[in-house]
Design a protein around this ligand. Structure first.
Ligand code: NAD
Length: 249
């Protein structure tokens, strides 16, 4: 479970633990927060261990999986959640290093983690990989070309990998969240004007809660979803329904 020190990841890891999974609470820089989340899981009778590492580094990811092997055993469920939206900038007026950073964390990271998970899951002929994409798999977002390219790329990675491993007992799916209240979008929900603009884009007229993503993750990682692979489940309050068309077209 990458990036579980905060936001969606913290909620997903708690729900997976409640459902009976032994969980790896993974962080990049927020060790104390990750430790607090692991402790909360343990206090409620679950099994959790804390691991650090930058998902954009192949070497760090290989080390991470070797540590998880030693402390929790080979992985059954991978949730590629770690991600950033990056700095808002128009193409040509941006910094290529910022673009590379977003692609590194949001696209290379899930690839590095998936390739480690696959070799372990193949040995057991079972496993589930969940990639956290976004409604920006499909909705363009001015100023965020890297984020949209990474999430659309992660969606196609999900489909292609699902096709590769479907006959090996491994399912690969994506969850595409809409606007969920977390630190990543605090600048939007923290300001009444930008919050109103956001809510106008959501037919359900509210932001999502992190547990609404976590419940989808528990479902998709369970046998209840045994025939679901290579697709994205959008959990977005209807954001992909083009809210403006509610009033005519
Ligand atoms: P968040 O900022 O609360 O959490 C991001 C997590 O990623 C943190 O745990 C952080 O430590 C981790 N992370 C960042 N850089 C990393 C790195 N280099 N290596 C390892 N971990 C790293 O944000 P969130 O809203 O919980 O976002 C989680 C995921 O959900 C992201 O992939 C994001 O794109 C996606 N998402 C969020 C929303 C939303 O509305 N919150 C909507 C669509 C998609």
């Amino acid at each position: 479970m990458t990036g579980s020190s905060s936001g969606l990841g913290a909620s997903i890891v708690k729900y997976l633990a409640k459902a009976g999974a032994s969980v790896a609470v993974h962080y990049h820089s927020e060790k104390t927060q990750a430790e607090a989340i692991a402790q909360e899981i343990i206090n409620e009778g679950g099994n959790a261990k804390v691991f650090g590492g930058d998902v954009a580094s192949l070497e760090a990811v290989q080390t991470l999986f070797a540590q998880i092997d030693r402390e929790l055993g080979p992985i059954d469920i991978l949730v590629n959640n770690a991600g950033i939206d990056g700095k808002r900038a128009l193409c040509g007026h941006d910094n290529p290093a910022d673009w590379e950073k977003v692609i590194g964390i949001n696209l290379l990271g899930p690839y590095f983690c998936a390739r480690e998970a696959i070799v372990r899951m193949e040995k057991k002929s079972r496993g589930v990989i969940i990639n956290i994409t976004s409604v920006h798999e499909t909705i363009p977002w001015t100023g965020y070309t890297a984020y949209c390219a990474a999430k659309a790329g992660l969606s196609m990675f999900t489909k292609t990998l699902a096709q590769e491993v479907a006959d090996k007992g491994i399912r690969v799916v994506a969850i595409g969240p809409g606007a969920i209240k977390t630190p990543i979008n605090k600048d939007v929900w923290g300001n009444p004007e930008t919050l109103k603009d956001l809510l106008d884009k959501i037919p359900m007229e509210r932001m999502g809660e992190t547990d609404e993503i976590a419940k989808a993750a528990v479902f998709l990682s369970s046998d209840l979803a045994s025939y679901i692979t290579g697709t994205s489940l959008f959990v977005d309050g209807g954001m992909l329904l083009y809210a403006d068309f509610k009033h005519g077209g």
